[in-house]
Design a protein around this ligand. Structure first.
Ligand code: PRP
Ligand code: URA
Length: 210
């Protein structure tokens, strides 16, 4: 069975994604909106976090009320562009640990190359959310998830802003246990491996490098 694809079905996300697509959006606003959409997707992606109950005294009476079970959680951005999503995740899950996987896509072959990997020591005990704004061919996310599995991770989700059908298929084939949460699914990839209509190069737009 393939992992599920959860496409955000919310007017706020739809509106913000359009701001991200607009090539005239400034670096400042782009960065802010990436973080906001990251927060909104995290809200959806954490729907299944386990709850327990605790006793509390309200100003009116004592009661038993739900509280997070405190399952260990980690967010792992794929550098560089994934960094833009971390703040949004932390707004929702402030105690999350953070791992980093550095990858760049060869512009000719589109194959990912890993140049950095630093993860929390107990990563294998944590629920992991891999974050990257773009799922294009899926090569980078596939390799990042494989790296995490090699280090013993068993519960992994993938969060992206934009996904191409090609990238979704690659993740579903390689990692059928991983659910994908995304802001929108686009039409296809162009001959350079960019998502169409897309939003361009996410890293360049977040960091203002072009
Ligand atoms: C972009 C993006 C993803 C990758 C997606 O990163 O942030 O990591 O491309 O493409 P794929 O699905 O075909 O692998 P890039 O390699 O441009 O590096 P950057 O984040 O440093 O800009
Ligand atoms: N990486 C990006 O930043 N944008 C794309 O459209 C594809 C890969």
């Amino acid at each position: 069975m393939s992992g599920k694809v959860h496409v955000m079905d919310h007017p706020l996300v739809a509106h913000k994604m359009t701001v991200l697509r607009d090539k005239n959006t400034s670096v400042k606003v782009f960065r802010e909106i990436v973080s906001e959409v990251g927060m909104l997707i995290t809200y959806e992606a954490t729907r299944d976090l386990p709850l327990t109950t605790k006793e509390v005294e309200t100003p009116i009476c004592a009661t038993t009320a739900p509280t997070l079970k405190g399952k260990k959680f980690a967010v792992v951005p794929i550098l560089r562009a994934g960094l833009g999503l971390v703040e949004g995740v932390l707004n929702m899950v402030p105690n999350a640990r953070i791992g980093h996987i550095g990858m760049y896509r060869d512009e000719e072959t589109l194959e990912p190359h890993t140049y950095f990997c630093k993860l929390p020591k107990d990563i294998s005990e944590r629920e992991v959310m891999v974050v990257d704004p773009m799922l294009a061919t899926g090569g980078s996310a596939e390799a990042a998830i494989s790296e995490l599995k090699q280090r013993g991770c068993t519960t992994i989700k993938l969060m992206v802003l934009l996904a191409a059908p090609e990238g979704i298929k690659r993740i579903q084939d390689a990692h059928p246990d991983v659910d994908i949460y995304c802001g929108a699914v686009d039409e296809c990839l162009n001959e350079n491996g960019y998502i169409v209509p897309g939003l361009g190069d996410a890293g360049d737009r977040i960091f203002g490098t072009k």
